[in-house]
Design a protein around this ligand. Sequence first.
Ligand code: PAF
Length: 286
Amino acid sequence: MSSFPSVPVFDAVAPLQAQVAAWRAGQERLVLVPTMGALHAGHLALMARARTIGTRVVASIFVNPTQFGPNEDFSRYPRNTEADLALLAQAGVDAAYLPEASAMYPAGFSTRIEVAEVSEGLCGAVRPGHFSGVATVVTKLLNQVQPDVALFGEKDFQQLQVIRRAVRDLDIPVSIEGVPTLREPDGLALSSRNRYLGPQERAQAPRLHAVLARIAEGLVAGKPADPLVAQGRAALEAAGFGPVQYLEVRDADSLAPVPDVSGGPVRVLAAAYLGTTRLIDNVAAG
Ligand code: PAF
């Protein structure tokens, strides 16, 4: 038997908003951590951060169908609600919000949020409609929960910038905070999709971070991006990755392509397959 009390679960907006209103009346500071479940230590770091900046924490779990393409892993995306709720209880979360798909997207739902520029290229180029699905569901979650702060992992760095831009452009009254990526001791970024990796792929996977870190080092040493990226791509292919969907150096704020770090902080971002598993990662430089 768990020694942790269970976390209150809300599956509809009205009771959740009644709870949020009660907290607000008590001057509580509310932090939302949106997730798709399959929680791991990376999510728990978000919950821990939430606890330090707010007095109440709501975690949402919703595997959002509109951000998956027709040939992507929506149907096999790992779902384990019982284990997730136990982890949220241990993490001291005050409420779990698990909306039904039919409540998020009722019949006749016809609105999409499109965020230009930061959605373009990188994952946006290879996952058409993905960021529109993310921006739409996150906008809904923010409107439903009305938190003071919402936390997102930096592992999905383009997603974080898309959400920041949507929140800014639509005047949504919330602070968006990115939380640094949690890594395995060998450098592999924690991800719900790591569980798809076979043992040999798991052994190869840390090369992705190693290559990104090597490019970041070169950039900080004043080298131009293009040759570093070409060497990095070759190193990934030699390590068994393929296809490498992208490996790029971008401005950390606008995500515009940049030739080096002379214009300010950059991110080195990559997406690459190992077998049938698609891994993404990024590191800061400059
Ligand atoms: O990063 C995720 O888990 C999802 O994209 C998010 C932000 C919860 C939206 O569905």
